[in-house]
Design a binder for this molecule. Structure first.
Ligand SMILES: [Zn+2]
Length: 249
């Protein structure tokens, strides 16, 4: 690190759990963020500010006026622009030292596999079950940690699936594809703006902890938040021995 970086990241370096070696590890890390919306915005902002060396932001959507109530990576001037490009502009302004790659498409199959294989951790900030299952499958196959979040109305959840370990449950263990998994898009259901900020920030925190292997992550621990009461519930997850996605890993 140069002198400016030592200053920029000094409040992280002061933390014994991070220190210079941890900050250097963050500067070498590559995090893939799928979705530059309500969850992806705060997650990406905190990871960029924290000095994650490379961030790849994947989103095929265009910024819409109705997004601005909660998708804080996008300014009013970005309405009509691709979310991935708008997020890259915002994040580069925040931290010009890091490499931000904008992927302006919904990554699928081979491309998703490649993006996941190249990353050190994956944030699922998407908004539909099909994408969530595709991301999970790619993370299982490439043994990458998956930091998953979701929010709709006043209800939210966050969990880590640290698939570097063969004993870790996966997203499919929690939500088998044949179960009741109906998408509840924000466009129909509505969503409480600060709720996605809370969950996206936790996803950023859990990503850093997972990369640095510090503290106790939310691996196998589903946290459910009711935004109206601010009550949290914890559900311990177990690997499903019959899970069709991760059973042979
Ligand atoms: Zn599984």
């Amino acid at each position: 690190m140069n002198d400016r970086q030592l200053l920029r990241y000094s409040r992280h370096i002061l933390l014994p759990e991070i220190d210079i070696s941890g900050q250097e590890a963050l500067l070498k890390a590559h995090v893939l963020i799928i979705g530059a919306g309500g969850l992806g915005s705060p997650a990406a902002l905190y990871l960029a500010a924290s000095g994650i060396g490379k961030l790849t932001i994947c989103d095929g959507d265009i910024v819409d006026l109705t997004n601005l109530q909660r998708q804080i990576a996008h300014p009013s001037s970005a309405v009509g622009l691709l979310k991935a490009h708008s997020a890259r502009t915002t994040l580069s302004g925040l931290n010009p030292d890091i490499n931000i790659v904008a992927c302006s498409e919904y990554a699928k199959e081979a491309h998703l596999q490649q993006l996941v294989a190249e990353s050190d951790a994956v944030i699922d900030a998407s908004d539909n079950f099909e994408t969530r299952h595709n991301i999970n499958k790619a993370c299982v196959e490439n043994q990458k940690p998956l930091i998953s979040g979701a929010a709709v109305r006043f209800e939210a959840q966050v969990c880590v699936f640290d698939l570097r370990s063969e004993h870790s449950p996966c997203y499919h263990c929690l939500y088998p594809l044949d179960g009741e998994t109906e998408d509840m898009p924000c466009a129909i259901m509505g969503v409480f703006s600060p709720l996605v900020g809370i969950i996206g920030s936790i996803q950023a925190a859990e990503t850093i902890k997972t990369l640095l292997k510090i503290g106790e992550t939310l691996n196998g621990r589903l946290q459910l938040l009711n935004g109206l009461t601010m009550n949290w519930r914890t559900i311990k997850l177990k690997k499903d021995p019959y899970c069709s996605i991760c059973q042979h890993k």
